[in-house]
Design a binder for this molecule. Structure first.
Ligand SMILES: Nc1ncnc2c1ncn2[C@@H]1O[C@H](COP(=O)(O)OP(=O)(O)OP(=O)(O)O)[C@@H](O)[C@H]1O
Ligand SMILES: [Mg+2]
Length: 138
């Protein structure tokens, strides 16, 4: 589990687009406050956006927890929803695959933009995505 050793610093609801904007800002602020370079911040915030949006669009809404890692230049998130889950994670991760006639680049993009990436999904209990981002200091 990639968030081992982390300490939760925020827990946000994800129900609307506005919640995605709030989550973006909260993660960005947490990284900036710890001296993160802007590029690293933008990359990880973009990844978080995709995952948060998926929880809303595909998972019917969810929650986002943000983690810090004391003594470690890393930030983490856990995004949980109680939607239908993902039947085939490998297929879902493939660029261009979408069940919503969208671009299908969200999951693949988020993985590329994060440092560590993990998905747990089991049918009825929904989906959990965990990611970490590095925060190289200025
Ligand atoms: N939280 C989730 N719950 C259920 N299914 C999901 C979830 N996240 C992703 N999926 C499934 O994985 C597919 C791929 O997700 P991905 O984010 O890559 O593309 P997308 O959301 O369809 O399009 P976009 O490029 O706009 O993000 C989705 O179409 C959906 O079927
Ligand atoms: Mg998506």
């Amino acid at each position: 589990m990639i968030l081992r050793g982390g300490r939760r610093i925020a827990l946000l609801d994800l129900d609307t687009d506005r919640d995605v904007a709030i989550a973006r800002r909260r993660v960005g602020d947490a990284m900036a406050k710890r001296g993160c370079r802007e590029l690293m911040q933008t990359r990880f915030v973009t990844a978080v956006s995709e995952i948060a949006r998926n929880a809303i669009v595909h998972g019917g809404g969810g929650r986002l927890a943000i983690y810090e890692f004391p003594g470690n230049r890393k930030i983490g998130i856990e995004c949980i929803d109680e939607g239908p889950g993902i039947a085939d994670v490998k297929q879902a991760m493939t660029d261009g695959f979408s069940t919503r006639d969208s671009l299908g680049r969200g999951l693949g993009g988020a993985k590329r933009l994060s440092h560590e990436f993990e998905i747990e999904t089991h049918g009825e209990t929904g989906t959990i995505v965990r990611m970490t981002g590095l925060q190289n200091t200025r």
